[in-house]
Design a protein around this ligand. Structure first.
Ligand code: NAG
Ligand code: NAG
Ligand code: NAG
Ligand code: NAG
Ligand code: NAG
Ligand code: NAG
Ligand code: NAG
Ligand code: NAG
Ligand code: NAG
Ligand code: NAG
Ligand code: NAG
Length: 364
């Protein structure tokens, strides 16, 4: 009991002292300084370490928890991104530096007990200008594929204002190692570089920088960061087997050291009976073709009949004597005289749809 007494005393008294000081501190809080001295250390290929000084009094840090709110915005965008809170005045992140980027950070004071915001400072902004060189000398439409576990092909188009003989050079970085790509190629008007066996870790992002050299002008460097799993084209499984009890088995393609649980497989089964149904469709298609041919034939026959061309075709070879019977029998071969008394040649002998239509309408 004697031992417990001081414990009670402490637990009873301490909070009162704390909140007293807290109240005094709060009453003294007139202006919260924004952070100062933002310093940037370039760690290659767009990866930066950013540090700052909070410029807060030791008193403030004693009576409250200090947090730092960090945001960034590319020059070509209106949106501030990623409002991450940090406990230490240091942050490491990768940026697409060719776009130019503004960073901003502010101090936040939290109530020690309840972790609610007591006060915030203004922002301190730092701009990182894009690397030198015209915007149009940048590579454009940059894209990569990762294949066969550890290889990577990246391709791009030349910047429109880059001199024709500009040589772009690609650097890539993973597992703290920066390497220069060696095997360059041109394919379908795009330039590219092939990295052979250079990707070590499917779960670690790859940093890329494509810069170029030319004496007449500066080529602006291009920065990208890729998640390998998003860009990987996987090799198919191997040793596919169907056991007599219809169990299907296969093995992982070689080279993938990643946890097997990260992989999903897709099994596609084609029913051979269904192939007969295809056959069936081909049979039906042939049948339809035959029917369509027959129908077309019939239609043509009908059309010909309407025009009476068919009749003309099957008519016996005309005998002028027969046709011009009167010419010879009554006019004694005098054509001029005969023609004056002739009714015109029957319209039915000509293909003249309009006339036929009219007569059929009047019949109806
Ligand atoms: C508040 O300001 C007063 C007078 O300036 C000072 O005596 C006191 O120690 C301050 N309190 C705290 C908690 O900083
Ligand atoms: C925050 O910025 C505004 C305007 O820029 C200024 O008037 C104000 O005093 C600043 N506040 C602090 C705490 O520095
Ligand atoms: C800013 O930070 C850098 C590196 O941390 C340091 O060398 C420099 O003295 C600081 N400047 C000020 C004014 O605090
Ligand atoms: C920060 O403290 C000052 C002085 O007490 C107060 O005027 C201001 O409204 C506070 N700001 C916030 C965001 O709480
Ligand atoms: C970029 O490249 C892809 C193929 O790699 C192509 O489909 C697309 O049209 C290109 N876009 C532009 C703007 O050139
Ligand atoms: C894939 O990589 C293996 C070695 O890991 C190599 O033997 C094989 O030739 C590569 N296949 C292709 C298509 O590049
Ligand atoms: C990668 O590029 C090389 C060089 O052009 C080419 O031989 C290879 O087929 C490409 N690989 C893929 C998967 O496109
Ligand atoms: C291109 O980037 C690499 C890696 O950061 C660097 O070592 C090299 O000097 C740069 N080249 C040019 C021409 O800027
Ligand atoms: C730069 O471009 C000019 C003009 O196209 C060319 O004459 C020169 O050789 C290039 N220099 C380099 C280092 O590529
Ligand atoms: C199928 O056969 C294999 C080997 O004979 C056996 O390991 C497996 O358990 C069988 N599967 C079923 C569903 O019977
Ligand atoms: C506590 C602290 O470091 N305060 C400094 C904040 O920054 C101003 C100038 O920017 C200095 O005058 C203060 O001493």
């Amino acid at each position: 009991m004697l031992l417990l007494a001081p414990c009670f005393a402490i637990s009873f008294v301490l909070p009162i002292v704390l909140s007293d000081g807290n109240l005094g501190f709060r009453a003294n809080l007139t202006k919260l300084n924004p952070p100062t001295n933002i310093t940037i250390v370039d760690r290659q290929l767009g990866e930066l370490t950013i540090t700052w000084k909070d410029n807060l009094s030791e008193d403030m840090k004693k009576w409250s928890d200090v947090r730092y709110l960090f945001e960034f915005k590319y020059f070509d965008s209106d949106d501030w991104q990623e409002d991450s809170r940090h406990q230490v005045p240091e942050y490491m992140r990768t940026f697409e530096l060719h776009r130019g980027v503004s960073l901003r950070v502010k101090n936040i004071l939290l109530d020690k007990q309840r972790s609610i915001v007591i006060n915030e400072s203004n922002w301190t902004v730092k701009n990182i200008q894009p690397p030198p060189g015209d915007q149009e000398t940048l590579v454009s439409n940059f894209s990569c594929i990762i294949y066969n576990h550890s290889s990577m092909n990246c391709t791009w188009r030349k910047g429109s204002k880059a001199p024709t003989d500009t040589e772009y050079v690609m650097y890539y970085r993973q597992s703290e190692t920066t390497r220069r790509c060696i095997h360059y190629f041109t394919k379908n008007g795009r330039s590219g570089c092939q990295v052979d066996q250079g990707i070590y870790d499917a779960e670690e992002n790859i940093l890329i920088c494509v810069n170029g050299s030319n004496n007449t002008g500066t080529i602006r460097s291009y920065y990208a960061e890729l998640d390998p799993q998003e860009y990987e084209i996987y090799n198919p499984p191997v040793n596919l087997k169907v056991l007599p009890n219809l169990t299907v088995k296969w093995d992982m393609p070689p080279g993938y050291v990643t946890n097997i649980n990260c992989f999903a497989f897709e099994l596609e089964v084609t029913d051979l009976d269904e192939e007969n149904v295809h056959l069936f469709n081909a049979y039906w298609m042939l049948l339809m073709l035959a029917i369509i041919t027959a129908m077309t034939g019939l239609l043509l026959l009908f059309a010909f009949r309407r025009c009476k061309v068919l009749e003309t075709v099957f008519e016996p070879i005309p005998d002028p004597q027969k046709k011009f019977k009167a010419l010879f029998e009554e006019y004694n071969g005098d054509f001029q005289n005969w023609i004056n008394y002739q009714i015109p040649i029957s319209k039915a002998d000509e293909c003249h749809p309009v006339v036929v239509e009219e007569s059929s309408t009047s019949e109806a």
